[in-house]
Design a protein around this ligand. Sequence first.
Ligand code: AMP
Length: 213
Amino acid sequence: MEVLRMIVFGAPGTGKGTHSANLSRRLGIPCISTGQLLREAVMAGNELGQKVKAYTDSGQLVPDGIMIDLVDERLANPDCASGYILDGFPRTLDQAEALAERVSVDVVLSLEVPDDEIETRMTGRRVCAACGTTYHTEYNPPRTEDVCDQCGKELSLRVDDRPETVRARLRAYHQSTEPIKGYYAREGKLKSVSSRGAVEETAANCMRALGLT
Ligand code: AMP
């Protein structure tokens, strides 16, 4: 089978989690969400969790060295042998360069939503802290209110989805993360997809951009 290494890219609140998980199911390759790996570490209260909590709670980027080690360790897992989808990594040019030293990425799917829509969308976001599945009260509701379809646990609003933190995360995105688009565009790997519409519509846009429909 062909190995596919993909990055799902975008500002916070553009649907990276939802669409990476969807593509992961369709393509049968794992989705690696660095945000989810960090949340799990914070919940477990382990050494990594203690190091990163102040950053994630306030919406700042975790230092590159920590992130690169975390991704290195995750990519060494045998389930990555036939490919993977990176959700939320890389987020800085240094991370993108570190990744390029290790593997060749095939495609970068950039989910586009104008900033003014993002804040509204994020307040309706709900996440399952147990398995990481994300929902939206309006656009992508679970079958039963506040209950995860996948594992049956209770859904909650992430600490970092509070309005002031969302604004900090958008600033971090524009300052440190958005320049990566140019980096991948120059390599001819960037595919931009509108993520403004309903989940199904964006999912179809993603499949079309990947040439999978
Ligand atoms: P996410 O769930 O992808 O929005 O990530 C949640 C938070 O985790 C971010 O606001 C950052 O604090 C941190 N984070 C996740 N991925 C990265 C990364 N690649 N580099 C730096 N910080 C990250």
